[in-house]
Write a protein that binds this ligand. Structure first.
Ligand code: IPM
Ligand code: MN
Length: 323
């Protein structure tokens, strides 16, 4: 039995960090097979589609996807849609797990990944003088994301923080809050609390050690996860998992395409490698995942993408892990 992994480098430094992560995965003695597929803005410019059908087929046939990054244009580009948002939607990868680990910080942000302000319901009125985005929150999506967060909290330190802004967004966040507390009652062993998202941001900076698992809506989770990354070594160390009900799941560094440093071979591959460790966990290779994670946290970025990947493998050997 082997597991098939689809590698999508995408744009910018994705083309550097994903090959580095592949080198590391290939060096581990695991029954993994790899295939590469195209997606991203570069792909869109080449073939007119940022997520070609062949890529979707490749992903559908695989157990897991390791995704690099894509450039997201600030303005509308006719025909272009973000391939990462489309992949999350296509495979219903509704839970975005974003751990942050550092000095005095060991927390997990569980971000709802399919709705909220990412509903794609945006429009202009008044001849362009007014712009409106619809924030869609459903009970079903709020409940399933809270289930995931509760299970994660149970496997960790047993604390859940429900993050919302129900004092202002009384309907949308009100629904999310009710649904989340409703699900949490099924987990009486957990310590459950709530925080407004602005307060959560402040407490994250002031006292990160108080957090274990946070569950929140899509855009709040997007913002708080970059904040948490900034507190723990920056985006170079921030991995993520996008999981749904089954296979495939998608793993990606949080950092994005970093066009300012792309093409120089200097990007920090550790976020991609930590994402690969999450992928290994997902496939059940938990021992290899822990060993890889330990070595990656113990290895500084050398300033060269490929060197850092090799240094992580060398660290694994020193740790006595089976490489
Ligand atoms: C992330 C990214 C994406 C998001 C962008 C690239 C669409 O910022 O994965 O956090 O907003 O979800
Ligand atoms: Mn983001």
């Amino acid at each position: 039995m082997t597991h098939l992994i689809t590698l999508i480098s995408g744009d910018g430094i994705g083309a550097e960090v994903i090959p580095a992560a592949r080198t590391v995965l290939e060096a581990l003695d695991l029954p993994l097979r790899f295939q590469e597929a195209d997606a991203g803005f570069g792909t869109f410019e080449r073939v007119g589609d940022a997520l070609p059908p062949a890529t979707l087929d490749a992903c559908a046939a695989s157990d897991a996807i390791l995704f690099g990054a894509t450039s997201s244009p600030m303005a509308k580009v006719a025909g272009y849609q973000s391939p990462i948002l489309n992949l999350r939607r296509h495979f219903d990868l509704f839970a975005n797990l974003r751990p942050a680990v550092g000095e005095g910080v060991d927390l997990l942000i569980v971000r709802e990944n399919t709705e909220g302000l990412y509903s794609r319901r945006e429009r202009v009125e008044d001849g362009g003088a007014t712009a409106i985005a619809e924030r869609v929150i459903t009970a079903a999506a709020s409940e399933r994301i809270t289930h995931v967060a509760c299970e994660q909290a149970r496997a960790r330190r047993g604390k859940l923080t429900i993050v919302h802004k129900a004092n202002v967004l009384k309907e949308t966040c009100g629904l999310f809050r009710r649904a989340a507390f409703g699900v949490a009652t099924d987990y009486p062993d957990l310590a459950v609390e709530e925080l407004l998202v602005d307060t959560a941001a402040m407490r994250l900076v002031q006292d990160p050690g108080r957090f274990d698992v946070l569950v929140t809506t899509n855009l709040f989770g997007d913002i708080l996860s970059d904040l948490a990354a900034g507190m723990t070594g920056g985006l170079g160390m921030a991995p993520s998992a996008n999981v749904g009900a089954g296979h495939p799941a998608l793993f990606e560094p949080v950092h994005g395409s970093a066009p300012d440093i792309a093409g120089q071979g200097i990007a920090d591959p550790r976020a991609a490698i930590l994402s690969a460790a999450m992928l290994l966990d997902f496939l059940g290779y938990t021992e290899a995942a822990s060993a890889l994670r330990r070595a990656t946290y113990a290895t500084p970025h050398t300033g060269n993408t490929a060197h850092t990947a090799r240094a992580i493998l060398a660290q694994m050997e020193r740790d006595g892990a089976h490489v």
